[in-house]
Design a protein around this ligand. Structure first.
Ligand SMILES: NC(=O)c1ccc[n+]([C@@H]2O[C@H](COP(=O)([O-])OP(=O)(O)OC[C@H]3O[C@@H](n4cnc5c(N)ncnc54)[C@H](O)[C@@H]3O)[C@@H](O)[C@H]2O)c1
Length: 451
C-alpha cells in the first residue's frame, strides 16, 4: 500500500522521537486519531512512566495516556530498531544553546543517525524541533541521502514547526494550525496528508526553509515585543507611570496594536533561545540580526531590575539585602506550569543570594529548585512565612495564589507580574510594582537605567 493511502486509512505506523512537552501530546493526538504510535526516547524514566500508564506532562491527562497504552495504540521504547517498521517519523528532540549561545543540534543529529540506520523506501521524516533555516535541507537531507537514497523519490522529508503552548487551556496540538514545508512538493504533500489526520488545519508552505523561518519569526516577534514592553517598564519606572495601565489602555485600540506585558525576564525553552538560532545563522552571512540582539539585551536586564526593586523596597524599611529574609513567590517560568527551563527566577534568586539575602521560595509546581548558588526546597505558604519575610517578591503569577492574602500578611511585596492590580489602595501602599510609580516617596525608587 502506498504511504498516502496508509495515512488516509490510518493504517500507517507512526513514530515520534523525543517524548517531552512536544512529543508526548503529539503522540496522543496521533494515537487518538487511530494510528499505531511508537514513541522513542533516550530517557529510560519516561519509558517506564509510560509503561506504568502514567503521564508526566501536565497537558496530557493520565487517563488518555493509560487508554492509549491499554488499547495497544501507543507504546514507548528506548530502542530505535522499531523505526524499521514505521512509515512516518516525527522528530521532537530538544534544540538548546551551547554555553557560547550557539545552536546545539547534537540531539537532532543523534535522532537522524537513529533514523538513517533504519531508513527504508517510502518513509516520511518530519522535523518538528525549532532550528535555524536550512537544517532540514542541509544537515538532515545530506545525512539521509548518504547511502544513495534520494529525497522526494525514495524517502520524504519535511519541516513542521511545533507551536504548542504548555498550560494553554484553549489551544492544544489539535486546534493549533500546523505549518508544513517539504524539501520537494511530494514531501510537502505527504506531510500535509499525515498531519491532516489529527490536526484541524494544516498550512503548507513552499519549502522546509520557509517553515523553519516561520517558527523563528513567531518567536522573534514575541521576544522583540516583550523587549519593547520591558523597556517601556524601565521608562515608566523612571517617569512614575504605570506601564500596565498604559498597555491596557493602548489595547483598547481595535486595530494596529497587540498587547504584551512586562515581567521579570524571558523564560522557557523557546523565546529566550530560538531567536539566537536565527542570529547565529545570519552571522555566517555577515548579517547582524539587530532586533534580536537588542531585545535579548533589554530582556536580560529585567532580573537585575527586579533585584534592584527588592533592594529599594528593603532600603525604604531601613534594611539591606544582606541578612534580609526574602520569600520568592512562584519560580516556574510562567503561570500554572512546572517548567523551570530558563526561568528568570533562577537569576533573580541567585543574585539576591550572592548579595547575602536569605532567600526561600514557594511554588506549588516546583518542589526543588536547582540554582547556580545551590539547591533550595520550596516552603509552604503559611501566614508565619509571610510575616517573617522582610520582602515577598512575586515572580510567577500562578492562578492559585491568593494575592490579597499574601499582601495583607506581608510588610513589603515586590510585584513583577501585575498581580496586585485591583487590590485595595491601602494594601497597595506596601507593594512596589515593576514599571509603575513607587508608593513610597516619589522618585525614591528608580529603575535600573540601561543607558
Ligand atoms: N516546550 C515547548 O513549549 C515548545 C513549543 C514549541 C516548540 N518546541 C520545540 O520542540 C522541541 C522539543 O522541545 P520539548 O520542550 O518537547 O523538549 P523536552 O526536553 O521536553 O523533550 C525532548 C525529549 O527528547 C528526548 N531526547 C533527546 N535526544 C534524544 C534522542 N537522540 N533520541 C531520543 N530521544 C531524545 C529527551 O529525553 C526528552 O524526553 C525543541 O526544539 C523546542 O524548541 C518546544
Amino acid at each position: 500500500m502506498e504511504l498516502e493511502e496508509k495515512l488516509a486509512s490510518r493504517k500507517a505506523r507512526l513514530a515520534v522521537i523525543g517524548l517531552g512537552y512536544v512529543g508526548l501530546p503529539l503522540s496522543m493526538e496521533m494515537a487518538e486519531a487511530g494510528f499505531h504510535v511508537v514513541g522513542i526516547d533516550s530517557d529510560d524514566r519516561k519509558i517506564k512512566e509510560i509503561a506504568a500508564k502514567r503521564s508526566y506532562i501536565a497537558d496530557v491527562p493520565t487517563e488518555i495516556l493509560a487508554k492509549m497504552v491499554s488499547e495497544g495504540r501507543f507504546e514507548a521504547t528506548v530502542d530505535p530498531a522499531v523505526l524499521a517498521t514505521c512509515d512516518a517519523i516525527s522528530i521532537c528532540v530538544p534544540t538548546p544553546l551551547s554555553k557560547t549561545k550557539d545552536p546545539d543540534v547534537s540531539y537532532i543529529l543523534d535522532a537522524v543517525e537513529k533514523i538513517e540506520r533504519h531508513l527504508h523506501p517510502g518513509q516520511l521524516i518530519v522535523l518538528e524541533s525549532t532550528t535555524y533555516p536550512g537544517t532540514t535541507d542541509e544537515l538532515i537531507r545530506e545525512k539521509l541521502e548518504a547511502k544513495g537514497m534520494r529525497v522526494g523519490r525514495d524517502f520524504f522529508l519535511a519541516f513542521s514547526p511545533e507551536r504548542i503552548d504548555p498550560g494553554n487551556k484553549t489551544h492544544g496540538t489539535r486546534n493549533t494550525p500546523k505549518v508544513v514545508g517539504g524539501i520537494t512538493p511530494r514531501c510537502t504533500q505527504l506531510a500535509v496528508q499525515l498531519y491532516s489526520q489529527f490536526i484541524d488545519r494544516v498550512v503548507p508552505v513552499s519549502s522546509a526553509r520557509t517553515a523553519e523561518m516561520v517558527k523563528l519569526l513567531e518567536n522573534t516577534f514575541r521576544s522583540v515585543n516583550i523587549g519593547l514592553v520591558n523597556e517601556l517598564a524601565q521608562m515608566c519606572d523612571v517617569l512614575g507611570v504605570d506601564a500596565y495601565e498604559v498597555i491596557e489602555a493602548a489595547a483598547t485600540k481595535p486595530f494596529g496594536f497587540l498587547p504584551f506585558f512586562p515581567g521579570p525576564g524571558l523564560g522557557g525553552h523557546c523565546i529566550p533561545i530560538d531567536p539566537h538560532y536565527l542570529a547565529w545563522k545570519m552571522k555566517a552571512h555577515d548579517f547582524t540580526a539587530r532586533f534580536i540582539g537588542l531585545a535579548a539585551e533589554v530582556n536580560q536586564e529585567m532580573p537585575h531590575l527586579v533585584v534592584d526593586k527588592v533592594s529599594a523596597g528593603l532600603n525604604h524599611h531601613g534594611k539591606p539585602i544582606k541578612g534580609s529574609r526574602i520569600l520568592a513567590l512562584g519560580v516556574a517560568y510562567k503561570k500554572d506550569v512546572s517548567d523551570m527551563r530558563e526561568s528568570p527566577a533562577i537569576e533573580v534568586i541567585d543574585e539576591l543570594r550572592r548579595r547575602g539575602g536569605d532567600v526561600r521560595y514557594h511554588d506549588p509546581y516546583v518542589p526543588e529548585l536547582v540554582l547556580n548558588t545551590g539547591t533550595l526546597h520550596g516552603v509552604p505558604l503559611t501566614d508565619e512565612e509571610l510575616a517573617k519575610a522582610d520582602c515577598v517578591v512575586v515572580l510567577t503569577d500562578h492562578s492559585c495564589f491568593d494575592v490579597a492574602h499574601v499582601v495583607r500578611g506581608s510588610s513589603l511585596v515586590v510585584d513583577t507580574r501585575n498581580v496586585t492590580r485591583g487590590l485595595d489602595p491601602k494594601l497597595r501602599e506596601r507593594v512596589l510594582k515593576l514599571g509603575a510609580p513607587s508608593p513610597f516617596e516619589p522618585g525614591a525608587v528608580s529603575a535600573v537605567r540601561a543607558h
